[in-house]
Structures are given as structure tokens and as C-alpha cells.
Design a protein around this ligand. Sequence first.
Ligand SMILES: Nc1ncnc2c1ncn2[C@@H]1O[C@H](COP(=O)(O)OP(=O)(O)OP(=O)(O)O)[C@@H](O)[C@H]1O
Length: 580
Amino acid sequence: MVSDIKKNRKQSESGIWRSYFRLMFKAKLPWLWIVGVTIVYLLSATVSLIFPDYASKVMLGVLDKKIVYGVVILIVADVFISGFVRFLNQILIAKIDVSYRSLIWERLMKSPIAFYDKLKSTSMISRITTDAATISTVLGSLVPSLAATIYGTVGIVAVLFTYEWRLAVSVMVYIPFFLLFNFYYGKWSYRTNKETFNRLSTLTQFLSELLMSVPLIKTFANETKEDIRGQKNLSYYYKANLRRYIVMWIENPINGILMLAMDIFIIAYGVYLVRIEVITRQEWVGFFMYIGMLWGLLTSYLFMYIEVKKSQGATDRIAVLMEGELEEYERDLSIDKMNNDITFKNVSFAYGDNTIFSDVNFTIPKGKQTAIVGPSGGGKSTIFALLQQFYQPKTGEILMGNTNISDYHLQNWRDLFAVVAQDSPMISGTFRENILYGLNREVTDAELKDAASKANALEFIQEFKGGFDSPVGEAGTSLSGGQRQRLAIARAILRNSDILLLDEATASLDSQSEKLIQEALKTLMYGRTTIVISHDLSNVRHADQVIVLNGETVDGIGTHKELLKTNELYRMFVQFHTNS
Ligand SMILES: Nc1ncnc2c1ncn2[C@@H]1O[C@H](COP(=O)(O)OP(=O)(O)OP(=O)(O)O)[C@@H](O)[C@H]1O
């Protein structure tokens, strides 16, 4: 068990480098900038490398002009170059950041709906915001500063050997211990950081769910229970944070003691070498200054290691996003009209392990009205999803005429449909923007007004001061369900698509509005292929054909009259809805 946990941890920790390399080549990174910033970093490291040699001479009273000017020039150059390098680095990070965000954005837009079924929207938001920022900061600073740190370390070690090889060797012997401690410390620190991050993300998720469920909590007077749940999550986060601070604190004294021990040894040995005149005082001061720089560089390896480890969660999450399959839009056949009947031929479908249909066969005739009825959860909306190719059948085919619908250009195909659903989605714009959403043509004010009027939406839109240009609130939240539905109908009228999908389209309306909208829908449905999901008998009775779904199969197909005679399930449906 313990060995399994260790194995998994090892695998996940080694995965980080793979994820990093993959991510580096997935986004269009500004390589020229990376090279440019690295060169300036190396220049800055070179100035730092030369400085102790000059400074040690000045400190020991060597005041000849060349040396003094040299020190002044190096100090000025260091100030300017290190300031410049920070500035360039920020620009580089911003460039990397934007290229990752746009890559993630593109992936999110082109990922199939099945991808979203597995993800929570809060975690997707954090992918674009915090995860992208974490990766770009680490990548943007890591590549140039790692190059400069390696260059600086090699340079210092070389200089130390030119001063006094015995001193240099004693330092080299010490370095592995220092690195080993810091390597294990880095891993430890990573784990505590990860725990804190996980606790924080649980807390954030809990909070966002809580905010969305306030009416539910209030209705069931569940405030106390939710408060206790929140306090518990807060306390987990607090404890994880406390552990993280303790681990962070431990690093300082231990590394401090390690460095102090080394400094004491070097001072004692150095003083001894000066005494027996193996090295000069100036060499000794220079040597000591270089050692100080070396510790600084070794600490920055630790810092970089911790930063990379800290970003592992973000890297893994983005890597998963990059690996998912995208929807394939460009396909061989283009289409702008429904040119034949649509047939479900031996179609089976499952959401993961949850089988919804097995071996289903039916035809949706062109230009006719089809109603789908069946028990709740029987798969009616799933048929709409399959028709629009949000999902692909597990087996079997969906054909238009003899052509598999998956051969058609995906955007062309989806343009054939207009959907009005019970919970019609809105965007956070104006009425105008919502009605025109997804339309690729110019629409005149008169046309817009006419569509709104046919959808029985004009009256309530005009009650707003700004008319069509009034905002609908965040995602239409300030509208009633019925108002949202009427906007969706206006949208469908303007879209004028060949196939109309109505998913409980009149379910949120009062009887007065429903009557008016039924009229509007009738005009909209006329001569158009329409598929209706409805519990309302009046929407089903007049359909050219009714498909009765029952669990995993089609229980019956026919007209209302035929099914009343032949199908028990349909008779029950009619009976239930006549009595209710
Ligand atoms: N995205 C999804 N991921 C996993 N399971 C899903 C998903 N969408 C629907 N399901 C499941 O598939 C089954 C069929 O759902 P569907 O919405 O197609 O039924 P329905 O007949 O339209 O139901 P209702 O009449 O209640 O709207 C249900 O058990 C549902 O829980």
C-alpha cells in the first residue's frame, strides 16, 4: 500500500517534466524573446562575475585609476542591466501568458461537450486565470534565469580554482550536501504547498456552489449546516497553511546553519593560507566574495526547483486540457439545406457506462413534424444532442439520405438547426445581442421587431427604457423563464433554419402567453422539419409521427391515432396528461 503510494507519487512527480516539455512546444512561445532575454541575463551574470575581482582590490586599498573606474562602471552597469532584465522578463512573461491563455481559450471553444461533462466550470475558470499565470511566470523566468545561473556557477567555480585550488576543492566537497538537503526540502515544500492549494481549491469550489445555491439553502433553512460545512473546510485550509508556513520557516535556519558552518571553515582555512602566504589578502577577499555569490546561486537553484514543483498542479491540469480530442470542423461535405430524411440506424449510445439507447432505429421525415415522448430520463434530449453531433453514437449510424451526418462540415451541419428549449441559455448582453446571437447576416430593426413580435416578446422588451438595447442581466438572470423562452423563439425565427428542435419549448409559459406562442411556433414550424419533445398533449397530438421511447429502446412509432390503438405506453402517456 505504502509502496503503491510512493510509486504513484514518483510517477506524478516525474510526469511534471514531461508535461512541461509538451506544454512548451504546444503554445506558440516567443522564442526570439526568450533568446534575447537570456542573452541579457547572461550579460548581467558576466558583470556580476567580474565585480568581486575589482571590488576586492579597491577594498584592500588598490586605488589605481583603472581599478576605481572599473568598479564604478561595473556598479552602474549592474544597476542598469539588472533593472532592464527585470523589465524584459516581465514583458516575456506577459507574452508567454497571452499565448497560453489564447491556446487554452481555443481548446475550450473547440472541445466537445463530452469534455465539459467531466469538468466543473469553476475549475475551467481557474485554468484560464491562475493556471496559465503560474505556468507563464515559471516558464518566463525559468529558462533565462536557469541559463544565467548555470553560467554564473560554472564561472565562479572556474574563478575559485584560479585563486586557490585547495580552497576551491573544499567548497566543491560541501556543495553536494547543500544540494541534497535542498532537493529533499524542495520535495517536502512542494507537498505542503500542494496540500494547501488543494484545500484552497476545495474551499473556492464550495464557496461558488454555495453562492449559486443560496435560494435552496434559504428555502430549506439549511444555513447552520452549511455554516458548519464551511467552517470545517476553512479549518482544513488553515491547518494546511500552518504546516506550509512551518516547512517554509524550517528552510531558513537549516540552510543558515549549513552556510555558517561552511563560512567558518572557509574563513579559518583561508586565514591560515594567507598566514602561510599561499594566497594574498586580495585573493582571499575576492575568494570570499565569490563564495557569497555562489551561495546565492545555489539558493536560486532551490528557488527555481520549488517554483517548478509548485506549478506541477497547474502544468498537469493544462496538459490534460491539451491532450483531449477536439471537435473536427473541417469535413469533406458542405451542406446548407436539409436535403433528405434523417435516419437513426442501429444507434447505441451511452454516457460513460450509463447506456441510454441500444440498437435504436427510426426516421425523421423531411418537412414533417415528429414528436418524441417517453419517461423522464428516457433519452429524449439525448436524441437532440446526437442530432446536433454534440456526441457521436457508440455504434450504428445517423444518416441523412445515405450520407453519414458525421461527413458533413460540422458548422454547416449545426447551422441546419434552431433550438428552443425549456431553459434557453442567454448571454450577458442586450435583448438585441441575445436575439441576434449566432446569426451571420445583417438584420434590420424592422426584421428584429417583427421576430420579437411574432415570439410575443416585443411587449415586454418595450417596457424596458432602452428597448432592444437594454441589458438582460448576467446570463439573462433578470428575466423570467417565460421571457427567456420568448427571446429564444425570436432567435429561432430569425435563424430560419431547416430543422427546428423544440425541447419543452412552451413549458415555462403561463396559459395566456402559451396560447400566443403556440401560434408563433405554428407559423415557425410550417413546412419545416420539426422535432418536438413535450409533455403537452396538444404539441404531440398533431404531429405527423410520434416516437415513443422506453428506457433503452423505441417502444413504438406512429401517428397519435395509431399509437392509441397499438401502444400501451403511449396510451398511459395520453391518459396521464389528459387527467393532469
Ligand atoms: N451530459 C450527460 N452526462 C451524463 N449523463 C447524462 C448527461 N445528459 C443526460 N444524462 C443522463 O442520460 C439520461 C437521459 O437524459 P435525457 O436528458 O436525454 O432524458 P430526457 O428523456 O430528455 O429527460 P427529461 O424528460 O427529464 O428531460 C438521464 O439518465 C440523464 O441523467
